[in-house]
Design a protein around this ligand. Structure first.
Ligand code: ARG
Ligand code: ZN
Length: 849
């Protein structure tokens, strides 16, 4: 029998906690099976609250003793924590609890990974460490004493002292409990220093397991560049004497911004040319920046409650995107970000898991660390900046930091600083935070007497709980070209506020060619009738790099759609346009690599579904393969030369320029392999001296169903490196043919190195299965059944990672009745598991609704 429906929490129910925490003292006596945590916490009544119920969160804790002002008490245990009768004025709470980090496989709270102790407290993990008001609006200074034989003992803030078997730390900045962290292990550090613009000399460390010290230099360099960038661009300096980063192998997410002690999934910090791809280097740089930037947007100013998660995440993602653009290429970064947004967020927004950027209710907050909160959240910041302009954005941010430093803030606070700086009313803009779904923006055009009129109509489809939507403010950047490709109207901002609205451009001598939604100025789906000739024209001439790429993309999608729906052959006009891009040496190689990439099968499925059709993953795959072959043949004469030209001589460097060349080279290799049965790929594999080239070659071979020998050799070479082995597991599933994908994944689960309790390894296999659409959605249903089997197995061990992986099923209503039936059966099988976690129950229930 199922337990009662899990309890929902509502934004509208927010009330402040009845007490303030003045200071927290914690002592940890570490032991794998029985760690003792002693807490001494000073509480005082909160004058801003009326409810004086003294409730402390606590889960999976063994309470050994509790005292108030020194006198032992017997608290009342209630759901999720305890209650006690407390004095009217300030008082001291003391408790001792026992926990078992070695048994903590959920990787939330205090747990062990590869023999070291570490913590993950966001969002609600601190309550698994001790009894506490575990909510972000309760901020306090922490002093921590760690007692353990482990050689390295770390916590937040600055070191107070250490001796044999102990260390003490003090964090002077008041913080919520989700930013608490502790690490104890046999670690080595890569050390450096940074002097802030305020003259503070900061010790920097990246702590890793012995053997990994050679993989820290790039992360350290990225950290120093991030610190500098935040000073120069946002005027924000670091505020402690030490900044520590620790790499942990078992981690549910990417990384965590704990004050002064960031903890990273080792995959998001360890880098070396031999073991990491260019994409890994870029991601590591971005995540180091992201977590560092949280020090101001997240830590100094935190969230009042978890409904405000996008306050810190959307803003911090936006900041890390700006950083990457500044460090590398704004055009390429924007295209990459839009690909991610469409692939993950649009997908989410158009299915049963759609939710507003600021949700209004949740069962398990861990289920809301989503593409919508993060990536759409970042888009909202970008739109605000476009609407108010760069100067006002800067002023607003300065005011935000001045006004809210040290506070737990809300989206209302955030928008108010923009209103105060600009005098604008942002109430309509706020709809972006409360209404889910991706707006559709229809475009009509007219040209008469020298006046060109663009008429836009916006509509947002219903999403769960939100049948009707109001019109939003949509910043639409537009430019106009003449038929020679000259720009007759440079990029201009059209501010749409109504459901249907026209904008005129006067005094034109001929009908212009419009470039609409430049730089993807709003997260919407543009619906515009256009010819492939016009798309090819924009691909050749648009001065906006995003729209230039987008035109090629639209062209490719149109060609693929016709191939799938009408059995049309690959359009020669498209292949022509592609040739011109490939040959255009004035274009950045990274841009050319993106332009030569075919739209993903997921992208095509979304597009078809949006157009009212039922996508057939098998047909999409076949058409994609046919088009890839046609592209290879059309570019045949060009490929060997381009491949040779992109060769980067000398020792590997992860910089954007070299990475762009390698990206183009690997893209070319993928096409070449379809012509030469993998000859060039085999040569590249054998000669590769870095992971980008080695993995690129292996991917090309696996895609054409070759590369057995290389796959075996890769294993022998890298079996001792966990992060490289994740690639080995993942790539085989990602590249598997539709009928082989589920079996490939299943066979890999029997491999001796399939350590399924490690989230990276689990995701390598099943994340790759879920993102191989033709394989996952194979009509046999084998992919669905296999994933369900493993979600059922993982749920009792690690609910968070299980629940995240459930989103593989979120697109199920797109597909035909047979596939829907197969998926429904698996979802119901999961839901009927006795004792299913709250996390997974919420996800499956929402997907099924
Ligand atoms: N705040 C972290 C980041 O954005 C993510 C932590 C998510 N943790 C979780 N349990 N959901 O960098
Ligand atoms: Zn974050």
């Amino acid at each position: 029998m199922k337990d009662a429906a899990p309890q929902k929490i509502y934004l509208s129910d927010y009330t402040p906690f009845g007490y303030r925490v003045e200071e927290v003292h914690l002592t940890f006596r570490l032991a794998p099976e029985a760690t003792r945590v002693l807490s001494r916490i000073r509480f005082a009544p909160n004058p801003e609250a009326t409810d004086r119920r003294f409730f402390l969160h606590g889960e999976q804790l063994k309470l050994l003793s509790a005292r108030i002002d020194g006198a032992p008490i017997t608290p009342r245990f209630v759901d999720g924590g305890l209650e006690a009768d407390v004095p009217d004025g300030p008082f001291l709470w003391e408790a001792e609890v026992e926990i078992a980090p070695a048994k903590n496989t959920a990787l939330e709270g205090l747990y062990m990974s590869g023999g070291m102790y570490c913590t993950q407290c966001e969002a609600e993990g601190f309550r698994k460490i001790t009894y506490y008001p575990d909510r972000p609006d309760v901020m306090a200074t922490f002093t921590v004493r760690i007692e353990s034989d482990m050689p390295v003992l770390l916590s937040n803030g600055n070191p107070l002292g250490k001796g044999a078997g102990w260390a003490e730390w003090h964090d002077p900045w008041p913080k919520p409990s989700y930013l608490f962290a502790l690490v104890a292990g046999d670690l080595v550090n890569h050390a450096d220093r940074f002097t802030t613009m305020e003259g503070r000399d900061v010790e920097l460390n990246i702590w890793v397991r012995p053997g990994d010290e050679g993989k820290c230099a790039f992360g350290m360099d990225a950290l120093k560049r991030s610190m500098k960038w935040d000073e120069e661009v946002y005027g924000r300096a670091y505020d402690l004497d030490i900044f520590n980063i620790v790499a942990v192998d078992d981690f549910n997410m990417g990384a965590m911004e704990n004050k002064g002690l960031n903890i990273f999934n080792s995959s998001c910090v360890l880098a070396s040319p031999e073991t990491s791809t260019d994409a890994n280097f870029e991601r590591i740089e971005a995540i180091i920046a992201h977590e560092y930037f949280h020090n101001w947007t997240g830590n100094r100013i935190t969230c009042r409650d978890w409904f405000q998660l996008c306050l810190k995440e959307g803003l911090t993602v936006f900041r890390d995107q700006q950083f990457t653009g500044d460090q590398r290429s704004h055009a390429v970064k924007r295209i990459d970000d839009v690909l991610t947004l469409r692939g993950r967020q649009f997908r989410e927004d158009n299915g049963p898991l759609a939710h507003p950027v600021r949700p209004e209710s949740f069962v398990e907050i861990n289920n809301f660390y989503t593409a919508t909160v993060y990536e759409k959240g970042a888009e909202l910041i970008g739109m605000l900046k476009t609407l108010v302009g760069d100067a006002a954005y800067k002023e607003a941010l300065d005011l935000y930091f001045r006004r809210h430093d040290g506070q737990a803030a809300t989206i209302e606070d955030w928008l108010k600083v923009f209103e105060d700086v600009t005098g604008r009313d942002l109430s309509q803009f706020k709809l972006w935070y409360s209404q889910a779904g991706t707006p559709r923006l229809k475009v009509e055009e007219a040209f008469e007497n020298g006046t060109y009129t663009l008429t836009f109509t916006q509509s947002t489809p219903p999403t769960p709980g939100q049948p009707v939507k109001d019109p939003k403010v949509i910043p639409i950047l537009v430019g106009l070209l003449d038929d020679t490709g000259a720009e007759i109207q440079p990029t201009t901002l059209l501010e749409m506020t109504q459901e249907r609205q026209s904008f005129c451009f006067e005094g034109l001598s001929a009908r212009p060619i419009p470039s609409i939604l430049r730089n993807f100025s709003a997260p919407v789906i543009l619906q515009r009738e256009s010819s492939n000739a016009e798309r090819a024209f924009l691909l050749a001439h648009d001065t906006d790099p995003f729209n230039k790429w987008e035109a090629g993309r639209a062209l490719a999608k149109d060609v693929l759609t016709r191939m799938i729906c009408d059995g049309a052959p690959a359009d020669p006009a498209y292949l022509d346009a592609l040739q011109r891009v490939a040959r255009d040496d004035s274009l950045d190689p990274a841009f050319r690599a993106l332009a030569l990439r075919q739209p993903s099968e997921e992208d095509i499925a979304q597009t078809l579904f949006d157009a009212g059709r039922t996508p057939d993953p098998a047909r999409i795959h076949d058409a994609a393969e046919t088009l890839a072959q046609a592209r290879a043949e059309a570019l045949q004469d060009l490929l060997p030369r381009l491949y040779a030209e992109m060769h980067v001589p000398g020792p590997y460097s992860p910089d954007a320029k070299a990475a762009g060349k390698r990206a183009l080279q690997n893209t070319v290799l993928g096409l070449l392999s379809r012509l030469d049965s993998g000859e060039a790929a085999r040569r590249q594999y054998a000669a590769a001296d870095n992971m980008t080239m080695q993995l690129g070659a292996l991917a090309s071979l696996l895609t054409i169903e070759r590369g057995r020998a290389e796959t075996a050799a890769f294993y022998d070479q890298w079996k001792a490196d966990r992060l490289v082995m994740d690639k080995w597991f993942g790539l085989q599933v990602a590249c598997a043919a539709p009928e082989a994908a589920a079996e490939t994944a299943r066979a890999l689960t029997e491999h001796a190195d399939f350590d399924w309790k490690n989230p990276n390894r689990f995701r390598a296999v099943f994340g790759s299965l879920a993102t191989n659409p033709a394989g996952f959605h194979h009509e046999s249903g084998a992919g669905y059944a296999l994933l369900a089997d493993w979600l059922i197995r993982l749920d009792p061990v690690n609910p968070q990672t299980t629940a995240r992986m459930c989103s593989a099923f979120e697109t199920w209503r797109r597909y035909d009745a047979d596939r829907q039936g197969l998926i429904r059966a698996q979802l119901e099988r999961i839901l009927n598991q006795p004792g299913l976690s709250r996390d997974t129950t919420e996800m499956i229930t929402r997907i099924l609704e």
